[in-house]
Design a protein around this ligand. Sequence first.
Ligand code: ATP
Length: 369
Amino acid sequence: FAPWDDPDAKPLIQFKNVTKRFGDFTAIDDLTVDIFEKEFFALLGPSGCGKTTMMRMLAGFETPSDGTILLSGQDMAPVPPNQRAVNMMFQSYALFPHLSVWENIAFGLRRDKMPKDEMGARVDEMLRLTRLEKFARRKPHQISGGQRQRVALARSLAKAPKLLLLDEPLGALDKKLRQETQFELMDIQESTGTTFVIVTHDQEEAMTVASRVAVMDHGKIVQVATPDAIYEAPNSTYVADFIGDVNMITGTVRAEGAQLRMTWAEGQPEIVGETSKTFGKDQSVHFAIRPEKVSISAEKPVDAANAVQGQVLDIAYLGNISTYHVQLPGGQVIKAQTANNRRISRRSFTWEDSVWLSWTATAGVFLEQ
Ligand code: ATP
């Protein structure tokens, strides 16, 4: 499933040079992006970057100051919110407290004067989809938070929208339930084939559920790609930093080409790495490497493309993994992560141990900014 790689695929949603200004503040800045049918598309970014504004424009609660938004090729500007094949599920769920679960789900269908039989069948289908059959007669205060979340989801899917917008849908749930619910959301999205656009602060959540993740900064999408591409090949230090944990080393290009060499500290060996980007000699450059790509050993590894010596400063044991903070002679601290997936037969390291950190020539990426 990768319609974004197919030049013939028709996007469900197109943002074309969309700008949204509030007074003289630009919340969305000349943004262009396509979202495809059946995608689970995540908008990720710090508070105030414009995620909710994008959703509100899709729903029709805000109109772009410039540019166009198309749904199935049709300009949405003249279409009022209630006539769009779009629904939005709010973080607060906004359930009616005095109505039963069944009536909450039926609400929009009743308002649309759907025939009784059809409505009954549709609500029952939604109850099955969200595993709420047993709770149909209860009121919202008689069910759990996770169940309320599912009622809100069932209600927003009842009218079979082409596009469902989810603004922090799991924000009210605790971590464990949140993780379980992420998988339920993915199942429901897949079985209904509805396009989902989700806003979340939680990068792990975005990585888990999304077909593609759009990372936003100040009203722009700075990278849009599959979760693994965003993680393995971030296009800027901003994205590398925003997603997951990263070591960032700043230096200067010494030798260009597919094998780039970067100097970065007095007395330290050059960092050697492969790159498909072009950098100029003497250009300032950043090297980004994920902690789990850095190996830690007592002896200097033979044949490693990169090896530096340092001293263990801190160790965080997290059960499945351990993270070592290792200080290099110049003062830079590098994080190295090891998987604790076998009984520790090798020597493990302790505070102030002298250790070697090493990584391959393809373990990290060079970034301009
Ligand atoms: P959060 O994660 O905190 O919800 P967000 O990325 O969803 O943030 P938006 O709610 O889209 O951000 O807001 C983007 C910017 O636009 C913010 O600086 C916000 O203050 C501003 N903004 C949003 N709506 C309005 C409005 N109606 N009038 C003026 N400014 C607004």
